[in-house]
Design a protein around this ligand. Sequence first.
Ligand code: PHE
Length: 361
Amino acid sequence: MPHPLEELRDAALREISDARDVRALEAARVKYLGRSGSISAWGEQMKTLGKDEKPIVGKLLNEVRSALTAAIEERTQAFRAQKEAGALANIDISLPGSTGPTGYSGYSGHSAASVGYSGYLPLERGSLHPLTQMLDRSIDIFRRMGFALADGPDVEDEWHCFDALNTPPEHPARNEQDTFYLPDGRLLRTHTSTVQIRAMQAAPPPMRVIAPGAAYRRDEVDAMHSAQFHQIEGLYVDETVSVGDLKGTLELFMRELFGPDTEVQFRPHYFPFTEPSLEIYVKSKALKRGEQWIEVAGCGMVHPAVFEAVNKARGDHAYDPEKWTGFAFGLGMDRLAMILFDIPDIRLFAQNDLRFLRQFA
Ligand code: PHE
């Protein structure tokens, strides 16, 4: 005569194999193996059994428990395979892997299902964004001239962005129309010149750094203006730095970048933090827009008031304007990349359009 536990096992196995879906299977699992299921009840009952019966029933109970667990696991797998087969039924695995609009294959929806089964995933090779390429080339040129890299935050305070740069409270650049202010009074830096100040606060002269990064202005967005753009700031402070050094450095940079025939022009300008201040224009036959002078940078000799603001913050007189002179510049990276790659519209840099980006791969 079969033991009642064996009868229970057979009934349970039948129920498991009859289960039509995951839900019915789960119901069977709870009924037999759940905390208050029949098998668990037998476990409780063990305590009441005699010495000789205990090991026999205990062994049987273990066998039944693992038989049921295995059966449930097997059914679960079967349901899973069924579901996947159903999903795959709509997919023609002889087609090449699909590529989504982002260029990444198999990371979403339909194509995800095909990943494991087709065994073929045409992962596209990415390439550097034209602005990144431009940045790398520029950094490389300045490195060869002995410039080190400096860095500062995009979210700044007014002091680093304006006050320390000799920009008075009534200056239009500080206006809410021109600058993105945060509710707490901080702002998105309107230029990378903030890093001039941070670098000088951090170390005494001599100083020769460049600082690539983003800047933000509330400009009307058009083909030439974007609310976020990119600059490379430069700062060189030493005992005898002159306008000649400034011109030589930037002329060399432009020629390295655009070719030896590049013409460079310096036109007088005004910035509160440099004196004299200049704007740089380039023209080169090697470029598509060769016959045109294009403005690419602002620059000048560091204003003594900037040194004094830094000294005050440092609490020393490290940047003594009687002893040290310096030049600074801010290169418009988007502008430079547009010239170099003949790109007509600054907005293309941020649109992630692969038809555009692929041209620079
Ligand atoms: N910060 C200036 C701008 O964004 C450029 C500049 C940098 C000018 C350094 C002079 C010196 O327009």
